[in-house]
Design a protein around this ligand. Structure first.
Ligand code: FMN
Length: 325
């Protein structure tokens, strides 16, 4: 399939694997890229420029296809070495960066000068337009359904995507709630040039996370996610578990007085324990409502091939069937 996104990134299929903390390692990024999509290494999971350089090198050993690096800008006290990470990405020869979390204006000139394409992930039309105005090449529009940080507007993709299509000139991919060929065709119908998936790619053979995480996604229904940290205006959609229910209890108890320190036990530093050790009640981990559509753990190639085959079937049979009826 050829879209503005496949052309821009030099990929075969318009499917991107969004950056994911403690999931987006070289193994997954390479597997997605080898399957014709765009795999993305999560920069902040590596943390330091040295470790990121090593991860980029490992990915290059596993694929000769294009892959990207995610750079998430967090409101943190101990900011990571962003200038060093930017330099590492450029020196590592990576040509695609997914930015997220905050306006990437400060890093954009460095990437532009180095010929790196930037796709910015955002959760609203106004942030998408801002990204376009500062010179981002594309945006990833994350609806309310998404795993991770859906923002504070709560607009689902059935509204957000056509709104984005009406306003944007640069290409965008639909993100949040995407799982299969139906998702892809719907995204294209609503004006996107492809789709971005997070949760779906965790439940794949190559995702280098503990089996318990994959099993939890397969076992979950669309009712099993919760929104946490809303009182802090840092809303995150996570899979429910004992720690998350405790977190919600604390949020209710503290009300408007809630501080990050009150829930630090449930959110800080829990990813390695969950993703690496499979301790599923260790804390809050991002997961999309799309878990309700995920029932298997295929290889990335099986997943992407089945998405493209289903999309083709829908376009050429189901949709054209209506036309000829
Ligand atoms: C476990 C997990 C970790 C994530 N970590 C990040 C991250 O570090 N940076 C980022 O920009 N997005 C992160 N995301 C968001 C994804 O890149 C993607 O936008 C989102 O998962 C799309 O929604 P979906 O899960 O419904 O496909 C994460 C998502 C998940 C599920």
């Amino acid at each position: 399939m050829k879209t503005r996104i496949t052309e821009m990134f030099g990929i075969e299929h318009p499917i991107i694997q969004g950056g994911m903390h403690y999931v987006g390692f070289a193994e997954l990024a390479a597997a997605v890229s080898n399957a014709g999509g765009l795999g993305i290494i999560t920069g902040l999971t590596q943390g330091t420029p040295e470790k990121l350089a090593n991860e980029i090198a490992r990915c290059k050993d596993m694929t000769d296809k294009p892959f990207g690096v995610n750079l998430t800008f967090l409101p943190t006290v101990n900011a990571p070495d962003y200038p060093g990470l930017v330099r590492t990405i450029i020196e590592g020869g990576v040509k695609i960066v997914e930015t997220a979390g905050n306006n990437p204006a400060q890093v954009l000139p460095f990437f532009k000068d180095a010929g790196v394409k930037v796709i910015h992930k955002c959760t609203s039309v106004r942030h998408s337009l801002k990204a376009q105005s500062i010179g981002c090449d594309a945006v990833s529009v994350d609806g309310f359904e998404c795993g991770g940080h859906p923002g504070e507007d709560d607009i689902p993709n059935m509204i957000l995507l056509p709104r984005a299509a009406d306003e944007l000139e640069i290409p965008f991919v639909a993100s949040g709630g995407m799982a299969d060929g139906r998702s892809l065709v719907a995204s294209l119908a609503m004006g996107a040039d492809g789709m971005n998936m997070g949760t779906r790619f965790i439940a794949t053979q190559e995702a280098p996370v503990h089996e318990n995480v994959k099993k939890a996604i397969v076992a979950a229904s669309e009712l099993d996610t919760r929104l946490v940290m809303r009182p802090l205006r840092n809303t995150e959609r996570v899979m429910t578990n004992d720690a998350v229910e405790e977190l919600l209890r604390i949020e209710k108890e503290k009300g408007a007085d809630l501080k990050f320190e009150d829930i630090i036990e449930q959110v800080a530093g829990v990813y390695p324990r969950i993703m690496m050790e499979g301790d599923m009640d260790a804390g809050a981990w991002s997961c999309g409502m799309v878990a309700g559509l995920i029932n298997d753990i295929p290889t990335c190639k099986e997943l992407i091939d089945s998405i493209m085959a289903e999309a083709e079937e829908i376009i050429t049979k189901r949709l054209t069937g209506f036309q000829n009826a």
